[in-house]
Design a protein around this ligand. Structure first.
Ligand code: ZN
Length: 171
């Protein structure tokens, strides 16, 4: 079966409200395609080639992703980057790209939550956070996401800051 066919099969599956299994299957598929990259925090993301192939496959299955892809730049580590003038606001709060797509009924939605919704059918509540494993706020690559609780999200931010400050890797 081709890569894009496998992506289509996974996306067509019915999953629970927060589709963690669907996301795991997509990640597994991408990890089988090319050599993974280990990030400084000690976690792996799929090869840039796999991330590129996943975006192409999703453009075929999902019209909303196809429209979004016109604004995406693929980074050297496979991030799907949307335009974002600044990662933080003047109070050092994280900023994320926002999406408006009338055809998909989306107005000023956070890009990562929007992509999880249109690609995975995720019904995300207020307490379902998405952690960017790659730490790139402009990124909307599904394989760089983990569904986490607010507590896990905070903990990961603390670990990440400790790591970039030269302390040990924890997870
Ligand atoms: Zn990324």
């Amino acid at each position: 079966m081709s890569f894009s066919h496998e992506v289509g099969e996974i996306l067509a599956q019915v999953d629970e409200d927060v589709p963690t299994r669907k996301l795991s299957l997509l990640k597994e598929l991408c990890f089988r395609t090319g050599d993974a990259i280990q990030l400084p925090i000690g976690v792996d993301i799929p090869s840039p080639e796999a991330s590129k192939a996943l975006l192409e496959a999703m453009c075929i299955c999902i019209p909303a992703i196809d429209r979004l892809a016109q604004k995406i730049t693929l980074s050297s580590i496979g991030c799907w980057e949307l335009p974002l003038p600044a990662e933080y606001d003047d109070k050092r709060r994280a900023r994320y790209p926002q999406i408006t797509d009338r055809e998909a009924g989306a107005k000023n939605l956070l890009a990562h939550r929007y992509v999880a919704r249109v690609a995975l059918g995720a019904t995300l509540g207020r307490l379902n956070f998405i952690d960017h494993i790659c730490r790139v706020h402009a990124c909307c690559n599904l394989t760089h996401f983990d569904f986490v609780t607010p507590g896990q999200n905070n903990q990961r931010s603390i670990i990440y800051r400790a790591t970039v400050n030269g302390q040990e890797r924890i997870f």
